[in-house]
Design a protein around this ligand. Structure first.
Ligand SMILES: C[S@@+](CC[C@H](N)C(=O)[O-])C[C@H]1O[C@@H](n2cnc3c(N)ncnc32)[C@H](O)[C@@H]1O
Length: 212
C-alpha cells in the first residue's frame, strides 16, 4: 500500500505495517513537538486521520490528554483501538469514525488537534480547515501537515521504503500530491475564514498551525 492510494481504494493493512515497521520513530517525535507548540498537557486531543492511532497515542503517552482517534476507515479505527489496548491507554483513547470535512464533534471541544500525513487526502480543504477551527477550543492549537522527522529519521525511512515501494527507489519520498503547497493551504485557510494561523516549513515537516 502506498500513501497515494489512501484517498481511493486502499490497503489499510499495508499502511499499518509501514506505520509500525518504518514510521514508528516519527510519532513520539511529533507528539513531543506538538505538545511543546501548544504549551498544553491536558484536555481533549483529536488525532484527525489517525490511521493506526500512533500519533494520538504518543500524545496520550507523553501527557495527560484524552485522545479522540478519528478516521474515516473502519480498519484504521479497529487498529487504533488495538494499539490503545496494547499500550494500556484504552481509558484515555476513543476511536471515532468521522470525516475531516464534517467533524462529528461539538464546537470548541478540542484543545489540541494533531494530524500527520492525512490532510493531503481531504477532498475539501477549506471545509476541513473551517471544521478544525469550529471544534478547536479558545486557546487551543491545531497542527496539521506531514513530515519524515529529523534528517536521520528521514534517511532511515527512505532506505526502508525503497525496499518496499518503487516510488521511493531514488532514495527520496515521492513528490508531494498536487494542491499541497503552502500557497494552496493559505488560500484554503482564507476561504475557511481562519485568521489565526501560521505555516511552518521546517526540515522536519510542513505544518499548518491554527490557533496557538
Ligand atoms: C497516510 S495515512 C496517515 C495515518 C496517520 N496519521 C499516520 O501518520 O500514521 C492517512 C489517513 O488519513 C485518513 N483519511 C483520509 N482522508 C480522510 C478524511 N477525509 N477524513 C478522515 N480521515 C481521512 C485515511 O483513512 C488514513 O488513515
Amino acid at each position: 500500500m502506498t500513501q497515494e492510494t489512501m484517498d481511493g481504494p486502499m490497503d489499510p493493512e499495508g499502511f499499518l505495517s509501514i506505520a509500525r515497521e518504518v514510521f514508528a520513530p516519527l510519532y513520539p517525535f511529533y507528539a513531543g513537538q506538538f505538545l511543546d507548540w501548544s504549551g498544553l498537557r491536558r484536555g481533549l486531543c483529536l488525532d484527525l486521520g489517525c490511521g493506526g492511532g500512533d500519533l494520538g497515542l504518543a500524545v496520550a503517552g507523553q501527557s495527560d490528554f484524552t485522545v479522540v482517534l478519528m478516521d474515516r476507515s473502519p480498519v484504521m479505527l479497529a487498529a487504533s483501538a488495538r494499539l490503545a489496548r496494547e499500550r494500556g491507554l484504552q481509558g484515555r483513547a476513543l476511536p471515532l469514525a468521522g470525516d475531516a470535512c464534517a467533524l462529528p464533534l461539538a464546537d470548541g471541544c478540542a484543545d489540541l488537534i494533531v494530524s500527520r500525513g492525512s490532510l493531503m487526502f481531504w477532498p475539501d480543504l477549506p471545509r476541513a480547515f473551517a471544521e478544525v477551527r469550529r471544534v478547536l477550543s479558545p486557546g487551543g492549537t491545531a497542527c496539521l501537515g506531514g513530515g519524515l522527522g529529523t534528517a536521520e529519521m528521514r534517511q532511515d525511512i527512505c532506505r526502508k521504503m525503497a525496499g518496499r515501494d518503487p516510488r521511493w527507489a531514488s532514495g527520496s519520498p515521492p513528490p508531494p500530491r498536487p494542491g499541497t503547497s503552502p500557497r494552496n493551504h493559505e488560500k484554503a485557510l482564507r476561504e475557511a475564514g481562519v485568521t489565526r494561523y501560521r505555516i511552518v516549513r521546517e526540515d522536519t515537516g510542513h505544518w499548518v498551525v491554527i490557533g496557538g
